[in-house]
Design a binder for this molecule. Structure first.
Ligand code: ADP
Ligand code: MG
Ligand code: MG
Length: 252
C-alpha cells in the first residue's frame, strides 16, 4: 500500500525528516507516536503534498505509484485521505453539497458509476450512522460554526464517504476530548477492513486504548527510533520518552 524509503525532508533549510523507512501493508493500521517536535506532522504534510516542505533523498510509493510526483489532488484521487486537510470552513457551501460532490468525484476516479441525487443521500445517511452525526449538520455551511466535536464527526464522515485506500489521521489536537477520541476510534474501527489501511499519528496513547494498531512506531528527531506491536504504547506510558535521549534504557 505505502512504501516509504529513506525519506528526507526539510522546512526552510532545516532538515526535519532524516531518513524514514516505513512499510504499510493492505489493511494494516500503523500508529506513529513520539514527543512533540519529532517530525510527525511534517511526515503527514509531506505525504499530503502540502506546501513548505522540500523533499531530499528518498522515495514514497503509494499502490506502486510515485506519490511525491503527484499534486495533492492527485493523491486524493488515488485514494489517499488526509484528515487535517478538511477542517476548513466554507461559508455558502452546504455540507451535503460538498459531500455529494466528493462522493461522485471519488467514484469517477475509481471508474465507478456516479450516483444519482437520491442514492447519494441514501449513501451519505448510511455513513452518518457510523459517525453519529446529526442531520442538521448536513444542511449547514461546511464546518461553519461547528463545535470541535462536530468538526471531528464531519471529518470522519468525509473519510467514510470517500472510501479511501489509505487514511492518514494527524491527531495534533491535544485538546481532543474523550467523545472526539471515541468518534475517531469508532470511525476507524468500522472502516477498517482487509484492504483499507490507516496511519494514526498521535501524541498521546489514549487513542490507542480504542484502536488496536498492527504496528506502532516512535518517531524521534526525524527518524523511527523504535517499532513494536500494540503493546508498545502501554510500555511508553510507563517509560515516557526519556530513553530516546540515551538517558534511560529503551522499553523492551
Ligand atoms: P510533531 O508533529 O512531531 O510535533 P512537527 O513535524 O510539527 O513535529 O515539527 C518537527 C520540527 O519541525 C519542529 O522542530 C518544528 O519546530 C519544525 N517545523 C515544523 N514546521 C515548521 C515550519 N513551518 N517552519 C519551521 N520549522 C518547522
Ligand atoms: Mg507538534
Ligand atoms: Mg504534530
Amino acid at each position: 500500500m505505502l512504501s516509504i524509503k529513506n525519506l528526507h525532508a526539510s522546512v526552510e533549510d532545516t532538515e526535519i525528516l532524516k531518513g524514514i523507512d516505513l512499510e504499510v501493508g493492505d489493511g494494516e493500521v500503523h500508529a506513529i507516536m513520539g514527543p512533540n517536535g519529532s517530525g510527525k506532522s511534517t511526515l503527514a504534510g509531506v505525504l499530503a503534498g502540502r506546501d513548505g516542505y522540500t523533499v531530499g533523498d528518498g522515495s514514497v510509493a503509494f499502490d506502486g505509484k510515485d506519490l511525491l510526483e503527484m499534486e495533492p489532488q492527485e493523491r486524493a484521487n488515488e485514494g489517499l485521505f488526509l484528515a487535517f486537510q478538511y477542517p476548513v470552513e466554507i461559508p455558502g457551501v452546504s455540507n451535503i453539497y460538498l459531500l455529494k460532490s466528493a462522493v461522485n468525484a471519488a467514484r469517477k476516479h475509481r471508474g465507478e458509476e456516479e450516483l444519482d441525487a437520491m442514492d447519494l443521500v441514501a449513501f451519505i445517511r448510511e455513513k452518518m450512522k457510523l459517525t453519529g452525526m446529526g442531520d442538521q449538520l448536513l444542511y449547514r455551511s461546511v464546518n461553519e460554526g461547528f463545535s470541535g466535536g462536530e468538526k471531528k464527526r464531519n471529518e470522519m464522515l468525509q473519510m467514510a464517504v470517500l472510501e479511501p485506500k489509505l487514511a492518514i489521521l494527524d491527531e495534533t489536537d491535544s485538546g481532543l476530548d474523550i467523545d472526539a477520541l471515541k468518534t475517531v476510534a469508532d470511525a476507524v474501527n468500522q472502516l477498517r477492513d482487509e484492504k483499507r489501511s490507516f496511519i494514526l499519528i498521535t501524541h498521546y496513547q489514549r487513542l490507542l486504548d480504542y484502536i488496536v494498531p498492527d504496528q506502532v512506531h516512535v518517531l524521534y528527531n526525524g527518524q523511527i527510533a523504535k517499532s513494536g506491536d500494540a503493546s508498545l504504547p502501554q510500555e511508553l506510558e510507563k517509560t515516557g520518552y526519556a530513553w530516546l535521549t540515551g538517558a534511560e534504557q529503551a522499553p523492551a
